[in-house]
Design a protein around this ligand. Structure first.
Ligand code: F6P
Length: 504
């Protein structure tokens, strides 16, 4: 950490920390901290007024952003510079939605055109009858497709997609039970085309097709990968390999051919709207400076809570059933990106990096974990996400109560309530932020995801870490491989477990 960065942090830590009640009493919080962003799929309101950010903190965080080179790093990312320094790679997921280095945007457009051709051929029945797709992938090759398909196909899907990620055979068996082998296609989604879980699940799916009368199981496979040669070597016909650039990180890959199952389920036009919503957020992020930049402002609040208030977790609650998978999507995005301990220069970080992201769906979570939010001993910032338009056709009572509960939680956390009986008292002064969409549709979902990608990036810049590698996942993988190969000795505890389970 440079002297100027240390000074910026010292200045931040020295600032007074008014309560939320004091902040609301002191000025127009909505004017300063709540913004409505008009986007292609409708507006999203980003209300950060119930956080503890004030003008002084914002100014000090703007200084930190300047010192850590936020504007330059943002420009470098969109220019396709190799900002992922440990892997010597560009970071170009935004090019997938048309924003970035010209040559990368053109390459992405050409690959999308190829994907569109295959998606439309399947929809038109040119590859025979296709009713089901088993999409096999894990991490970034599964979480994005699962989220988008779950969110956007509530009225039915053009093809019935089953996303299978876990190596536990139960997951694949559930998909087999739901699909007719005669009308099932398989997508093998893996950036590297080496991931053990995916390759074992893919092989078992071929066996299932074969043993159920499909003469040429490979003829049913589409490969989605940054390493097309590996897919061809594995047996996929090259006409059904949909490549994407190595510069698209796994957890940022749903915009690339990893989004093939999304396009197959919702149709190409809607998939284009999904990309368009994300592109609109890219343009906001690229063109807006200081705290008016909404992902950057959110990152200011994130760092306020981790560094200035010692918060170890941040929770996100979707008050919309369609977004129930968003918390697990965000867990990978945020924790795999920023769960780091060294800075760009290899020095240990001085202070916390990513908090633990967790969450759930409202109103279910209220009846399970909100007790701790209101009266527990930890302070933890909460994000609420909701939509004004309901997704259901039932009585308006459902949606009115859903939204009433969402807004009630934010109000209650902030206001609290005094009581004579301490067990019945609520301390209040507990922060939350709310994202309120006009509606949930492909474009708003795209914008919401892109908002979180940029928020994660902005956090990483100010923490001076590389948000785009993930070496922390490798050691466990290597040890698992050694166990399966039976060629390693471990500690007595691990050896005993292996012996008990009969796999040593
Ligand atoms: O092990 C972590 C990870 O590399 C993630 O970053 C990635 O999204 C996932 O595994 C799957 O990788 P792949 O797409 O290469 O199969």
């Amino acid at each position: 950490m440079t002297d100027s960065t240390s000074q910026a942090w010292a200045a931040l830590k020295a600032l007074e920390k008014p309560t939320l009640a004091q902040l609301f009493a002191a000025g127009d919080r909505l004017k300063a901290f709540s913004e409505k962003l008009d986007l292609p799929g409708g507006a999203i309101r980003f209300d950060w007024s119930k956080t503890h950010l004030d003008a002084a903190h914002v100014a000090a965080f703007e200084t930190l952003a300047e010192i850590t080179g936020f504007a330059q790093r943002r420009a470098a990312m969109f220019a396709g510079d190799h900002i992922n320094i440990t892997e010597d790679r560009a970071v170009e997921h935004t090019a997938q939605r048309g924003v970035g280095r010209e040559s990368s945007v053109e390459e992405a457009e050409a690959l999308h055109l190829r994907m569109k051709g295959l998606v439309e051929a399947i929809h038109q029945g040119k590859l025979g009858e296709v009713k089901h797709l088993i999409h096999i992938g894990i991490g970034g090759s599964a979480l994005g497709p699962a989220l988008a398909i779950d969110a956007l196909t509530r009225d039915g899907a053009m093809v019935d997609v089953h996303v299978v990620s876990n190596i536990d055979g139960l997951a694949l068996e559930a998909a087999f039970r739901a699909c007719d082998p005669a009308t099932t296609m398989v997508a093998v989604a893996s950036k590297t085309f080496t991931t053990t879980e995916t390759m074992i699940n893919a092989a078992s799916t071929l066996d299932w097709l074969r043993s159920n009368g499909v003469a040429d199981p490979y003829g049913r496979v589409v490969a989605l990968t940054a390493y097309p040669d590996k897919a061809v070597e594995w047996g996929v016909d090259e006409t059904r390999v949909l490549p994407f650039s190595e510069s698209v990180g796994g957890r940022y890959s749903l915009w690339s051919s990893i989004g093939f199952p999304i396009a197959l389920a919702i149709g190409w036009d809607e998939f284009s709207e999904f990309l368009g919503g994300a592109a609109a957020m890219d343009r906001h992020f690229l063109a807006t400076d200081g705290a008016a930049n909404l992902p950057l402002r959110a990152a200011f609040a994130d760092l306020y809570y981790t560094h200035l208030r010692g918060c170890q977790t941040r929770a996100v609650f979707a008050y919309d059933e369609r977004l129930r998978l968003l918390p697990s999507y965000l867990q990978q995005l945020e924790m795999e990106s920023n769960g780091k301990s060294v800075m760009l220069d290899g020095q240990p970080v001085d202070g916390p990096t990513a908090p633990i992201t967790w969450g759930g769906v409202g109103t279910d979570a209220q009846h399970a974990v909100f007790q701790l939010l209101h009266q527990g001993t930890v302070l933890l910032p909460v994000d609420f996400i909701a939509a004004i338009q309901p997704g259901d056709d039932l009585s308006p009572d459902h949606h009115r109560n859903l939204l009433a509960n969402c807004f009630a939680q934010g109000a209650a956390l902030m206001a609290g309530r005094a009581a004579k009986d301490p067990a019945r008292a609520y301390p209040g002064n507990r922060p939350s932020a709310t994202m309120l969409c006009d509606e949930i549709n492909p474009a708003t979902l795209g914008a919401l995801i892109a908002f979180h990608e940029h928020r994660t990036f902005a956090n990483g810049v100010m923490l001076q870490i590389n948000s785009f590698d993930q070496f922390g996942v490798e050691l466990g993988k290597e040890i698992a491989k050694a166990i399966v190969a039976g060629d390693a000795k471990f500690d007595p505890s691990t050896e005993a477990l292996l012996a008990e389970a009969g796999i040593s």
